[in-house]
Design a protein around this ligand. Structure first.
Ligand code: PSV
Ligand code: MN
Ligand code: MN
Length: 427
């Protein structure tokens, strides 16, 4: 670790009087509303969000990449960075790898390094949206949907290889996001392309260990602009249903056409027991991959409201979804951005937990939209930041992660070790 945990505690001590005052006030107010504050804190402490390995470097746009220095140069260094985040917020206890960007050269060493940092390996991600230098056949016209069976087989084999890496590291799921699609009307036979995709996915599904899950991501456009083979949650759900019990839909917040009611998508998938996981990010126009909560915090809260409702319903058949961030851009320090992301997710989760669900159901049953809105916004407008800080404090992490990141000059140290020009592999 770049710093001693005691340094965090010393900085916490300085911030403690201020924190105590705001937390005691909040605690008192919540207790008056019959909310069990300790229960709430326990849930927040248990909640862990996986960090994608590709978000640790500055992302690219089509027009350029402006690295800020000190980016991780290897898988080991990516794990180090997530370890730093986890030490600061105690809420990012897992890393999601992308193969071939993150092929481990020494599995044992990588496993040990992750364990020493208190990290688990979340879903592994395959990549058939780029051609690799040593690759025989091109994915220019698709991968799992390709018209040529040899290309499809190559893409299937890649996914099976990704599963092998995941197995060695202790992952329990594979996420498949496909760029497959077409840019011009007439270019591709929709029906046949979807059928070929389903057949290829079946081979991948069969190749997974019995305790693994397959997450199928959808996206309506980009990199192709006329159609994508898995365009929406319905198509993903169709594939997941045909694949089997351990296949699920993965919702990426950026993968919707404008104004899509994502909270309703979440509720529908949960009703079917098919919501497998989440990729958190935020957007104004398209798949912008901005910091979650930066644009539409109310939407994030409404999504968590459905998630909590679904998770608390004893009749719900949906397993606990996998929580992951999927953000990447080129302005902020990527580690500070991830600290902001985790906090935004924890806040929305906590706000959803304090919704008075019985009162909300009563308002719904008596068709009272005014009261329903009052109940939801009572929760959304409660400032729960001191509660999240208290959860971190109780877990031995920082009261103010970004402040501590800066006070400890983490980025400066990383630049000193890795140089100003280091570039992480990724998007
Ligand atoms: C591309 O849109 C994307 O952001 C997908 O959401 C994947 O999850 C991610 O890249 C990594 O491949
Ligand atoms: Mn995604
Ligand atoms: Mn995306």
């Amino acid at each position: 670790m770049l710093f001693d945990k005691n340094q965090i505690h010393t900085l916490n001590d300085q911030a403690l009087p201020d924190h105590r005052e705001s937390f005691e006030y909040l605690s008192h107010r919540l207790s008056q509303r019959s909310i069990q504050v300790n229960e709430l804190i326990k849930k927040i402490r248990e909640f862990q969000v996986a960090i994608p390995s590709w978000a640790l470097g500055t992302g690219g746009t089509r027009f350029g990449r402006f690295p800020g220095g000190g980016e991780p140069r290897s898988l080991e260094e990516k794990i180090t960075d997530v370890g730093i985040l986890h030490a600061l917020n105690a809420g990012s206890g897992a890393i999601s790898l992308h193969i071939p960007w993150d092929i481990p050269d020494n599995v044992e060493k990588i496993r040990e390094h992750a364990a020493a940092n208190g990290l688990l390996f979340d879903a592994v991600n395959s990549n058939t949206f780029q051609d690799q230098p040593d690759q025989e056949l091109s994915y220019k016209f698709g991968s799992l949907c390709h018209t040529d069976a040899r290309v499809r087989q190559q893409a299937v084999n890649h996914n099976l290889e990704v599963i092998q890496y995941g197995k060695m590291l202790g992952s329990k799921s594979l996420t498949v996001w496909l760029a497959d699609g077409s840019s011009f009307p007439g270019q591709m036979n929709f029906r046949k392309a979807l059928q070929r995709t389903l057949d290829s996915l079946k081979e991948i599904y069969e190749g997974m260990p019995a305790d693994w899950k397959l997450f199928v991501e959808y996206k309506p456009y980009e990199p192709y602009f006329y159609h994508t083979v898995i365009q929406d949650w319905g198509t993903s759900h169709l594939l997941a249903s045909q694949l089997g019990e351990r296949a699920y839909t993965l919702v990426d917040l950026g993968h919707h056409l404008p104004n899509t009611n994502i909270e309703q998508v979440v509720a529908t998938l949960m009703m079917q027991g098919k919501l497998g996981g989440f990729h958190f990010n935020d957007s104004k126009f398209g798949d912008d991959d901005l910091t979650v909560g930066a644009m539409k915090p109310y939407q994030l809260f409404l999504i968590f409201n459905e998630l909590v409702e679904g998770m608390e319903d004893p009749r719900s058949a949906n397993p606990s979804p996998a929580w992951m961030i999927d953000a990447s851009h080129n302005l902020k320090d990527p580690m500070e951005d991830l600290l902001q992301s985790v906090e935004a997710i924890q806040l929305a989760y906590a706000q959803a937990l304090i919704v008075d669900r019985a009162a909300l159901e009563n308002a719904r049953d008596s068709n009272d939209p005014v009261l329903a809105q009052e109940i939801l916004q009572e929760a959304f407008r409660t400032d729960l930041r001191p509660l999240i800080a208290e959860a971190r404090l109780q877990s031995g992490a920082a009261l103010h992660p970004i402040r501590v990141f800066r006070q400890l000059e983490v980025r400066k140290t990383l630049v000193g070790e890795r140089g100003t020009k280091s570039l992480a592999t990724g998007l």
